[in-house]
Design a protein around this ligand. Structure first.
Ligand code: GDP
Ligand code: MG
Length: 365
């Protein structure tokens, strides 16, 4: 698929914003090509000069003959409100340049969550062939942390004279920052802020966005960071919920007969000592074939109930390697299950108390 023009991108972005099925279709087509763009998150308090700085970064990226898309995420605007005026003015220098695409996403009431909407938008721009994607977000709330995780490299923009605020937001910033920009370095206090940021052991670049000072240096600092893996190129999907029951027949009286869900598939998995019935296909009912089994012991200890959550994840092998390297407890080596899929169980100690089954996405090789 050829790179999309700015006009095609605009139409596609509207589809995605409105959760139009056309958008879902396009995303499915584009996502295999996504994962190539450098995704830069730019976050920090309101008024720090993020939009001005992003405008400068756009010019610096264009000077490298690369194409760019900007997504300005503003929670305070109504979802269908379109462009955020101030940002539009700051980005105006780039109107008419086909290599620059700018979009505002007002996230109040975003269907399916902010990070979902932003993730889809990034996949769109990335898959559509933009070399660089810049996402501007306000503040350091949970939404911003989630959004920052979608970025390969996150720039946290601070300004001099924040005083104790720096201490207050440190915890939130620490987990997402890859590079600090001290913007408004023309104001007093820039050196002091720079000293305060030393603890973080991250690159710090002083900028005066309004005069385009330090912006090329900031881009260079960003490009020197090894981007985090982008996990959204193909999102993880809920595969099924495993429910431990004493009797599949009795459970089916509810799920199949009363709730009306389809339950066409039943089997016995000897190695796991369990009878399995797939319902509709999100629910996996598990009944032990004998008391001395994983599910048998679970029932003994906890009674009937939710046993595990199964996610189908992209980059299965690489993910398992990474989990092992960071000491996460896997309950088995990846193996092929009854349905032919490869899976591994993760101990609840790592997952927030839920037994988690990870399944290899089938389109991976
Ligand atoms: N003195 C000074 N003002 C700046 C600088 N960068 C941005 N500003 C001003 O700060 C205000 C907020 O800028 P904006 O980019 O909208 O901030 P945002 O809310 O973080 O996106 C505007 O009036 C800018 O002109 C800078 O480096 N120095
Ligand atoms: Mg802004």
């Amino acid at each position: 698929m050829a790179p999309l023009s700015t006009r095609e991108l605009a139409r596609a972005a509207t589809w995605i914003e409105n959760r139009d099925p056309e958008g879902t279709k396009l995303l499915a087509e584009l996502s295999p090509q996504a994962g190539k763009a450098l995704v830069i998150g730019v976050t920090g308090p309101p008024g720090a000069g993020k939009s001005t700085l992003v405008g400068g970064l756009v010019s610096a990226v264009r000077a490298q003959a690369k194409t760019v898309a900007v997504l300005a995420v503003d929670p305070s605007s109504p979802y269908s409100g379109g462009a955020i005026l101030g940002d539009r003015i700051r980005m105006q220098a780039h109107t008419g340049d086909q290599g620059v695409f700018i979009r505002s996403l007002a996230t109040r009431g975003a269907t399916g969550g902010v990070s979902r909407a932003v993730g889809d938008m990034i996949t769109l721009f990335d898959g559509a062939g933009r070399d660089v994607v810049i996402v501007e977000t306000v503040g350091v709330g949970q939404d911003e942390v989630d959004v920052a995780r979608l970025a390969g490299v996150t720039v946290v923009v601070l300004v001099p004279g924040m005083g104790d605020d720096v201490q207050a937001i440190k915890a939130g910033l620490l987990e997402i920052a890859d590079v600090f920009a001290i913007n408004k370095a023309d104001l007093p206090g820039a050196d002091r802020l720079e000293r305060e940021l030393h603890d973080f052991d991250l690159p710090v670049v002083k900028t005066v966005a309004t005069k385009n000072q330090g912006v090329a240096e900031l881009l260079a600092a960003v490009q020197a960071v090894t981007p985090r893996r982008s996990v959204f190129a193909q999102p993880a999907e809920l595969d099924h919920l495993g429910i431990a029951v004493r009797s599949i027949d009795r459970a089916l009286e509810f799920y199949r007969d009363q709730l009306g869900l389809a339950a066409p598939h039943r089997e016995t998995v000897e190695v796991e000592k369990v009878h399995v019935a797939m319902v509709d296909p999100l629910i996996e009912l598990l009944e032990p074939t004998e008391a001395d089994s994983v599910i048998g012991r679970f029932l003994e200890k906890r009674g009937e109930g939710m046993h595990h959550v199964a996610l189908r994840i992209p980059e299965f092998e690489a993910t398992i390697e990474r989990l092992k390297a960071s000491g996460v407890r896997l309950l088995n080596e990846p193996r092929r299950g009854a349905g032919g899929h490869t899976y591994v169980f993760i101990h609840p100690s790592a997952t927030g108390g839920v037994l988690l089954e990870l399944i290899r996405q089938e389109n991976e090789h």
